[in-house]
Each structure stands twice: as structure tokens, then as C-alpha cells.
Design a protein around this ligand. Structure first.
Ligand code: 2NL
Length: 330
């Protein structure tokens, strides 16, 4: 039996295979079930008995050698197939991955939320489709109030009271209905009013309202909290002042003005930024809190307005156009 020349021929074909397909072909030719080495094994029976062990051993050793060569060549060819077809030019400049950013309104919202969380406030949310009770009646807003008019509020049907919420106060009502005091929440969210779009109005916009209810809460707590948050948001040198105002759901009520380098740059000492007040006893009665025991304050402000002041933006509609040339700047 001529094992050695056969082995040499097989080795040459396996190690010389140009690609994986050629290698698989060579494997079949030599080592497969109908391959030439398998055939050799079958011929063993025709040899004289005393020659069989030595020949068998030689064939087995050759097969091991061929299988080693096969897997070595397979490794080489697989690596070659995985490598880039063309050489890499390591002197080329790197490719920069462009990162997205959060929308400016999201950034402002997150900053405000972060400040309130430092003071122990939790974030609450609720439905954007509301009913008249949670949006108006529970907030002591009389049935003939102009805000309830179909001119100002989006009603979803003529028969039912379903509407798009005009402020996130409705969420605070829902939280108080479910939870006993103390309450310390802020509610960011989208709200809807029937305005024609212009530089300072849009029928959908965003608001943050806050609510704090406990025993013995005062206007001093309200003012200290508002001052802390606006200093965090607009800079430590920011000053605030309260002016008397009227809301049906708070008594007393105030408008909040602030003053900083920003307002002076806009040519004004004071700029109106938010509304607030002590929660009206009638609102507490609606949610089943005893106004003789519980006191609280609430505030509300528009997120767009704060973002416009902070980033010096002169048209509210820019926030909703999704023009990346605008959005990339924040
Ligand atoms: C503004 C004024 C304000 C509130 C919102 C409120 C909520 C409950 C009870 C009492 Cl549940 N008050 N919210 C209070 C005062 C003012 O927002 O000018 N927003 C843009």
C-alpha cells in the first residue's frame, strides 16, 4: 500500500486550497465517506494478516495529520474572509458619530423637576383628556367663567363633558382625591387652549404645576420654594417678587415676577414668569380635605415661556417645527 505519496498529495491539496469552498471539496476528496483515505481503510482487509496492524496505524496517523492540516487551513481562510477587502488607511481622520440632544422644552422640564426633587417633591401625571369636573368645577371655576367657553377650550363632543385639559391642575385634583395629605407633587405636561398660533401662543403648550399640602403651610414656604427653584433655574443672582392677583382656586393669589441679568438684557427690570397662591378652602372641600386642618400652596407656569427667556427665543412656534437647525443649538 502506498500511503505516504497519497498523504503528501492530500496535504498539498488541503494546505493549498484557495478558499473555503475549495477546502471543503478537498476534504470530501480525501477524508469524506467516499474519499480516498476511507477507501484505503476498506482495502486493509485484503492485506496479509501480519501487515494489517502496521498499515492500519499508518493510515490513522496520516488521517490525524490531514485533519490537523484541514482545520489549520480552515482557520486561515476564515480569518482571511473576515478581514476587510481593502487595506485600512490608519492615517484617515476618524468618523465622528453625531449625537442627538434632548428637545429644549425637555431640558427645561428636567431642570425644574430636578430642583423640586431636591426639596422632596414627586412627579405625578394624569390624563390629557379630562372632564369638566376635574378641569374646572373642582377648581372652583364657575360655570359661566370665560375659560370654560368653547371659544377657549377644546371640547371633544357636544353632549358629553370630555375636553382637552387646559392646565395640569386636574392631575393635582386627581392625586388629592386618591391620597391623604401631606402632598408634595409637581405635574409637568402638555395642555391645550383654543388660541390662534402667533409668536407667543400655540394651541398646545406645556406647563408645570406644583402643589404642597400639609399642616401650617404658609405664603413664606411658597415664596422660599419659588425663590430656590428660580435661582437654580436662572442663576443665583435672580430676584423674585410677588404681586397680588386673582385665581378662583387660590386665595390669596399672586403673580410672580423675576429680575436678573436676563431681564435687564431684554430691557426690563421685572418679567412675569408664573402664578401661585394658597389653595382655596373650597378646592380642599371638593377633594375631601378639611380646610380647618390642611393648608397648602400651588403654582403654575408655562415651560415654553421659561425656555424662551432662558435661550432668548422670540417665537414659540419654533419649538414645534422639528427643524434640526433650530434644535441643534441647545
Ligand atoms: C398660571 C397660574 C396657577 C395653580 C396654578 C392650583 C392647583 C390646585 C389648586 C390650586 Cl389643584 N391651585 N394651581 C394655582 C395658582 C396659579 O397657575 O399663571 N399658570 C400659567
Amino acid at each position: 500500500m502506498e500511503i505516504e505519496p497519497l498523504k503528501q498529495a492530500a496535504l498539498a491539496e488541503l494546505t493549498g486550497a484557495a478558499d473555503l469552498a475549495a477546502l471543503e471539496q478537498a476534504k470530501g476528496t480525501w477524508l469524506g465517506p467516499h474519499g480516498k483515505f476511507t477507501a484505503l481503510m476498506k482495502q486493509l482487509g485484503g492485506l496479509p494478516k501480519e501487515e494489517r496492524p502496521a498499515a492500519g496505524k499508518q493510515i490513522n496517523l496520516a488521517k490525524i495529520e490531514l485533519e490537523t492540516a484541514l482545520s489549520a487551513r480552515r482557520g486561515e481562510l476564515e480569518l482571511k474572509a473576515a478581514l476587510p477587502k481593502e487595506r485600512t488607511d490608519f492615517t484617515l481622520p476618524g468618523r465622528r458619530r453625531t449625537l442627538g440632544q434632548l428637545h429644549p422644552l425637555t431640558q427645561v422640564t428636567e431642570d425644574i423637576v430636578r430642583s423640586f426633587r431636591k426639596l422632596g417633591f414627586a412627579v405625578a401625571d394624569g390624563p390629557e383628556i379630562e372632564d369638566e369636573y376635574h378641569c374646572f368645577d373642582a377648581l372652583n371655576t364657575p360655570a359661566d367663567h370665560p375659560a370654560r367657553d368653547a371659544q377657549d377650550t377644546f371640547y371633544l363632543s357636544a353632549e358629553e363633558t370630555a375636553l382637552l385639559r387646559t392646565h395640569t391642575s386636574s392631575v393635582q385634583i386627581r392625586v388629592m382625591e386618591k391620597q391623604r395629605p401631606p402632598v408634595r407633587i409637581i405635574v409637568p405636561g402638555r395642555v391645550y387652549r383654543r388660541d390662534n398660533p402667533d409668536a407667543t401662543h400655540n394651541p398646545t403648550f406645556h406647563q408645570i404645576e406644583g402643589l404642597y399640602v400639609d399642616r401650617g403651610v404658609t405664603v413664606g414656604d411658597l415664596k422660599g420654594t419659588v425663590e430656590f427653584v428660580f435661582k437654580q433655574l436662572l442663576g443665583e443672582e435672580t430676584k423674585i417678587r410677588f404681586r397680588p392677583h386673582y385665581f378662583s382656586y387660590t386665595e390669596p393669589s399672586f403673580e410672580i415676577d423675576f429680575s436678573s441679568a436676563l431681564t435687564r438684557k431684554m430691557g426690563k427690570e421685572w418679567l412675569e414668569i408664573a402664578g401661585c397662591g394658597m389653595v382655596h378652602p373650597l378646592v380642599f372641600e371638593k377633594v375631601g380635605y378639611d380646610p380647618e386642618i390642611w393648608t397648602g400652596w400651588a403654582f403654575g407656569f408655562g415651560i415654553e415661556r421659561i425656555a424662551m427667556i432662558r435661550y432668548n427665543i422670540n417665537d414659540i412656534r419654533l419649538f414645534y417645527e422639528n427643524d434640526v437647525r433650530f434644535l441643534r443649538q441647545f
